[in-house]
Design a protein around this ligand. Structure first.
Ligand SMILES: CC(C)(COP(=O)(O)OP(=O)(O)OC[C@H]1O[C@@H](n2cnc3c(N)ncnc32)[C@H](O)[C@@H]1OP(=O)(O)O)[C@@H](O)C(=O)NCCC(=O)NCCS
Length: 174
């Protein structure tokens, strides 16, 4: 069986985080019914560029106070990561709850999914957050993403029914 190890995330992992953010943002293939095929092909890079610019929120200038995370590796090669960052009222992503609750991002490389790596990352990053003295972690997830079940199984609860941002929160004290 493949041996997966989990280690703290460092600044050197930022290029990997970018790839993982792409995987998280584009977890669902774009529906081909949305646009005629040709226009879709032309628009896809533009859409990706816009989304990647937005996703910079989750890794730009990594190493700010409150930034932390974990990386899963096989034979020294990263295969997944879970990390969190504090945001402010003035600048934040979809999973923002308040200035004391960091937002979590997670993804596992395609080909390594469904083998417990995501769960191990979620547990490890929650331990890290507890040792950082945090009370809660938040995230945002699309209503139809199967990852919702995984989050719920490790203790995340919906912030509110029908929350437009699909926010879930983990109480680290319970
Ligand atoms: C979500 C994700 C991080 C989970 O990691 P993982 O290693 O596949 O998860 P685990 O093996 O520990 O747990 C499996 C659970 O994850 C969920 N899951 C989500 N996407 C999955 C996928 N592509 N393959 C398998 N499981 C998936 C399922 O709920 C599954 O539970 P189930 O057995 O009840 O169906 C990973 O599948 C992934 O990177 N998906 C694409 C990016 C994404 O959606 N990120 C989250 C954005 S909010």
């Amino acid at each position: 069986m493949t041996q997966v190890s989990i280690r703290p995330l460092t600044r050197n992992d930022v290029p990997f985080l970018r790839r993982m953010l792409d995987a998280a943002a584009f977890w669902r293939p774009m529906p081909s019914a949305l646009l005629p095929r040709l226009r879709q092909r032309a628009l896809r890079p533009v859409l990706r560029l816009l989304v990647r610019n937005y996703l910079g929120l989750y890794h730009r200038e990594w190493g700010r106070p409150g930034d932390a995370g974990v990386v899963a590796e096989v034979d020294g090669t990263p295969i997944g990561a879970a990390w969190y960052r504090l945001f402010s009222e003035a600048s934040h992503g979809d999973g923002y709850i308040d200035e004391r609750t960091p937002e979590l991002a997670i993804a596992v490389e395609d080909g390594h999914r469904g083998h417990g790596v995501g769960r191990a990352l979620l547990l490890a990053v929650a331990d890290r957050a507890r040792s950082d003295g945090l009370e809660r972690l938040g995230l945002s997830v699309d209503a139809d993403n199967p990852a919702k079940r995984l989050y719920a199984s490790v203790g995340y609860r919906e912030l509110a029914p029908d929350d437009p941002e699909g926010r879930m929160v983990l109480d680290l004290r319970s």
